[in-house]
Every structure is written in C-alpha cells, then in structure tokens.
Design a binder for this molecule. Structure first.
Ligand SMILES: NC(=O)c1ccc[n+]([C@@H]2O[C@H](COP(=O)([O-])OP(=O)(O)OC[C@H]3O[C@@H](n4cnc5c(N)ncnc54)[C@H](O)[C@@H]3O)[C@@H](O)[C@H]2O)c1
Length: 338
C-alpha cells in the first residue's frame, strides 16, 4: 500500500489534533474522510481540513472501499462498537485511549482485529515523546540501577465534558487522565501491576455531587508491581492552573525527572521582586510532536506490516488497571490483579 487513506471518526477536541496531523504532517497518509454525528463539529472540521468525504454515521464511512484506516476519537463509551465494526470492515484501527470501558470489551476488539488481520494501535502517545523515550532508554541502560519507584502525575486544566461526570461512561480521571500514567508505569518498569490502593474525591464540581455522587476529580494511587517495584500516581481534572504531566523514576543508585510546569525556559524578574514564567497550558502543546510521531508509527506499521509500538494488549492492560483503580476507590480497600 503506497498511501494510507484515513477517515477520522470524531472531530472533537482530540480528534482535531489527529485530523490536522494526518492532513499535513504524516507522509504516505491522506486524510480523505471525516465522520461526526454533530453537524456543527463536522462542518467546522471540514472548513479547516477540506476532505473528500463527510459522514454523520460511521457505518456509512466503513462501506467506503477507498478508506484503509480509521482514527477513532469518540467518547470512550463508543470505542468498542465503532472498533468492532471497523475491524469487521477490514479497516486498520488507531483508537484513542482508553481502548474501551472494560477488559471484556478490549478482548472483543483485539479478537476482531486479529480475526480480520488488521493493525490495532492505541493512543498512548507518551511512548512516542522524545523525553519519555530518552527516560526509557536511560532506565534500560541500567544507568540509575534497578528501578525502585515510579512517581507519575497528570493533571488537566479544563472543566470536564458533561459525559465525563458519569463514571460509568468515562471511568473518571483514572481512565481519562491516568491511563497514560498506568501505561508508562508498565513501560518503565517492564512489569505488571500486582495491587492498587486509590483514594480520591470531588473537590471542584460540588454542583454535580447530587446527580453524580461517584464522580471524583482528584485521585491518588499507590501500586505494587509483580517484580517488587513501587508506583505512585496522582491525577486530577479541572485544576485550572495548567496542564501538568511529570514523572520521577527512582533507581537503586540514580534518579530521573521528566516534565516541567513551565511552558518555556523564559523567566521574568521584576523590581518588585517577582519571578514569573508561563505555565504549560495544554496537552496539545506539550505532546504535539508525540501525536505526530504516533501517527507516523501507525502508518508505518500498516505500510510495513509490522507490529504497532502500542498494541491492543497494551490498551487492554491499561483498561484493566483503570478498572482496578476505580474498584479500589469505591471499596476503599486494596485490590489485587490476577
Ligand atoms: N491521547 C490523549 O492524550 C487524549 C486527549 C484527549 C482525549 N483523548 C480521548 O479521545 C476521545 C475523545 O475525547 P475528546 O476530548 O476529543 O471528546 P470530545 O467530546 O471533544 O469529542 C468527541 C467527538 O466525537 C463525536 N462523536 C460522538 N459519538 C460519535 C460517533 N458515534 N461517531 C462519530 N463521532 C462521534 C462527538 O460529536 C464529538 O465531536 C476519548 O476517548 C478521550 O479519552 C485522548
């Protein structure tokens, strides 16, 4: 296959990141179709990206033989239905994280992808980020000794979308935000999680407490890994001060820190004695090159018939941990992974 023809399904916040990248920054790929049932979003996306085909129903898009691959960037609750249909239509699939709502749904997607012999890649773009890759290389080189502890936090500034309050639809910040930390914890340690203990609460959206008593916007998780390493993850939504993604990896004789709160290295000092600097405001800025690299990785996996760097199984393991983290939060007890 010389050029991979792409259909973007879901033209919302994250969808447009992928749309813009496939439209101009990914060699050997062509964005030819957009799909979104929300007319206004579809029209705005088309005005900017100007594609050949527009759909409000993904099932119609999947009937188009010109489309080789779909990029699924719809609310998580719809991933399974769309991914199964895409696999059965023999379209390669890039699916945003979290892959699905639970392990059983992930199994169905993975099985459908295998049965139809199509590529399935999950949107853990941090594995394509040059700083995360450098940290992974240092860990693998043994320079800091054996990894003892991985501390990882992700906090987002924006007000949650209405569908995120219903944790049956979103799994809350553990799914929406911390699935990235759970994935990189597995990646950095080379191990699977053994146990999780989570605590959290809703501190910023008291007005939804009555309608969504289980919603939480802040969570802290302690984890043990099967190889004896320790994980500590925190997550929060609607923090307003900026987008914050930082990691620390402590080894037996060294330490790696990754990420920063400043957008640039520019710091202004004034005669009033104030030091100011611009905070990192968005994941779209912090990981902009990582999204391009993951798109290039997906297209290369299709063209070269190689295994994607982030597989359906990685997507499933992260979803499993999201569910265990949530179970621990609800039960207020340690839960174990089998
Ligand atoms: N990798 C990342 O860092 C990252 C960042 C943000 C969001 N995401 C993930 O991307 C997904 C979408 O999140 P978002 O913030 O862009 O949400 P969003 O609400 O901004 O956009 C979702 C879009 O999907 C459309 N949609 C809904 N059902 C559809 C269907 N059946 N067919 C086609 N389109 C449909 C909606 O109309 C909307 O335009 C979620 O799974 C989220 O977790 C990943």
């Amino acid at each position: 296959m010389s050029t991979v023809n792409i259909c973007l399904i879901g033209t919302g916040r994250a969808g447009m990141i992928h749309g813009r990248n496939y439209a101009s920054r990914v060699s050997n790929a062509r964005l030819i179709a957009l799909c979104d049932p929300y007319d206004e979003s579809l029209k705005a996306a088309h005005d900017e990206l100007n594609v050949k085909y527009l759909y409000t129903d993904y099932k119609e898009a999947l009937e188009n033989p010109e489309i080789d691959a779909v990029i699924i960037v719809t609310p998580t609750v719809s991933h399974k239905e769309i991914a199964l249909a895409a696999a059965n239509a023999k379209k390669h699939i890039f699916c945003e994280k979290p892959l699905a709502m639970n392990e059983a749904e992930c199994d169905e997607i993975i099985e459908a992808a295998n049965n139809n012999n199509i590529k399935l890649q999950v949107g853990f773009m941090r594995r394509f980020d040059e700083n995360f890759q450098q940290a992974k290389d240092i860990v693998d080189s043994g320079e800091i000794g054996d990894v003892v502890l991985v501390k990882s936090l992700t906090r987002g500034p924006s007000e949650p979308k209405p569908w995120m309050f219903d944790i049956l639809k979103s799994n809350g910040p553990i799914g929406e935000v911390n699935s990235h930390d759970l994935d990189t914890l597995r990646w950095f340690t080379g191990s699977e999680v053994e146990s999780i203990y989570s605590i959290g609460g809703n501190f910023r959206s008291p007005e939804v407490k009555e309608q969504y008593p289980d919603y939480y916007d802040t969570v802290s998780m302690n984890l043990t890994l099967k190889n004896g390493m320790i994980g500590a993850i925190d997550g929060a939504q609607y923090v307003q001060y900026g987008y914050d993604a930082r990691v620390e990896i402590l080894g037996t004789h060294g330490n790696i820190t990754l990420g920063q709160q400043n957008k640039h290295s520019v710091v202004t000092a004034t005669k009033e004695g104030k030091l100011t600097s611009q905070s990192m405001h968005s994941w779209t800025y912090l990981f902009r090159e990582a999204y391009v690299n993951e798109a290039i990785g997906f297209v290369n996996a299709i063209r070269n018939n190689t295994k994607p760097l982030v597989t359906g199984e990685d997507g499933k393991q992260a979803v499993k941990l999201v569910r265990l983290g949530l179970e621990s939060l609800m039960k207020r007890e340690i839960v174990y992974s089998h």
